[in-house]
Write a protein that binds this ligand. Structure first.
Ligand SMILES: Cc1cc2nc3c(=O)[nH]c(=O)nc-3n(C[C@H](O)[C@H](O)[C@H](O)COP(=O)(O)O)c2cc1C
Length: 220
C-alpha cells in the first residue's frame, strides 16, 4: 500500500502542522510504503493558466509538479496537511491545488483515498476543512476524514493526548479504507455530479483540450 503525504507548511515537519501530521503517520503503521513531500523543500511555482496541461497532459513549468503528480497517481491514498493561513491553505499548497487542474478535469485520482490534517492559531477550521475535502473529492478521490486543532504553543495543542489519538486513528482509518476499498455514500452525490460536469466541460472544449478529451474517451 502506497501513501503520499503532502505538507504545505513553510515550516515543514518542524512546525505545528508537522507535529500533528507525525501522529497521523504513526497511525499508518509500519507496512505502509510512505512518501513524504514537504512543499517547503520543493520547487512548485504558481499556475500560469497557460492551458498546456489540458492540451497535452503535461505541465511545462520547470519544477517539481510532474514528480508530485506522478507520486499521487502511483499512490493508493494521500494525506494533505496545512496550517490555516487567512481562512485557507498556504500558498504552497494552493499552488499544488491550482497546478492539478488537469487531474481535476479528469478526476484522475478516482479510486484513491485522502485524509486531511490542519492546525491554526485559534480560528475554527470548518471552512478550511470543507475546502480541502472538496479538493480531494474533486480529484475523484474519497475523503476518509480530517483532524484539526488550534495550538496552545509551539508544537503543542489543547487536549493533546486525545487529539494525537484521533490523528493516529485517522492514519489507520486511511489504511483500512484502502484495504477494504470502502465507500462513502455521503460523498457520492457531489463526486457524481462533479464528474458529469467535468466530462461535459472537457467535451465542450474537445478541439482545444485534446489530451483531456482523449482521456475521457478511454475511460468509463
Ligand atoms: C501568514 C499567516 C497567516 C495565518 N492565518 C491564520 C488564520 O487566518 N487563522 C488562524 O487561526 N491562524 C492563522 N495563522 C496561524 C497558523 O495557522 C498556526 O500558527 C499554525 O499552527 C502554524 O502551523 P505551522 O507551524 O505548521 O506553520 C496564520 C499564520 C501565518 C504565519
Amino acid at each position: 500500500m502506497k501513501i503520499t503525504v503532502i505538507i504545505g507548511s513553510p515550516h515543514g515537519m518542524r512546525g505545528n502542522t508537522g507535529r500533528l501530521l507525525e501522529e497521523v503517520m504513526v497511525g499508518l503503521g509500519a507496512t505502509t510504503e510512505l512518501e513524504l513531500l514537504d512543499l517547503s523543500m520543493l520547487n512548485l511555482q504558481p499556475c500560469l493558466g497557460c492551458d498546456a496541461c489540458h492540451k497535452s497532459g503535461i505541465c511545462h513549468l520547470p519544477d517539481d509538479y510532474e514528480m508530485i503528480k506522478a507520486r499521487l497517481l502511483a499512490s493508493d491514498g494521500f494525506i494533505l496537511a496545512s496550517p490555516n493561513y487567512i481562512f485557507s491553505v498556504t500558498a504552497q499548497l494552493k499552488a499544488l491545488f491550482d497546478r492539478s487542474s488537469s487531474l481535476i478535469h479528469c478526476l484522475a485520482l478516482e479510486g484513491k483515498y485522502g485524509a486531511v490534517a490542519v492546525t491554526s492559531g485559534g480560528a475554527d477550521h470548518d471552512e478550511l476543512l470543507r475546502y480541502m475535502v472538496r479538493y480531494i473529492n474533486s480529484t475523484g478521490a474519497q475523503s476518509v476524514g480530517t483532524v484539526s486543532s488550534f495550538v496552545t504553543g509551539r508544537r503543542s495543542f489543547p487536549k493533546q493526548a486525545e487529539l494525537f489519538e484521533k490523528a493516529r486513528e485517522l492514519g489507520s482509518e486511511l489504511c483500512r479504507c484502502i484495504r477494504e476499498q470502502d465507500h462513502f455514500p455521503d460523498q457520492a452525490g457531489y463526486r457524481g455530479s462533479f464528474k458529469a460536469r467535468m466530462k461535459r466541460l472537457v467535451e465542450s472544449r474537445k478541439e482545444d483540450w485534446s489530451f483531456e478529451f482523449q482521456y475521457w474517451q478511454n475511460r468509463n
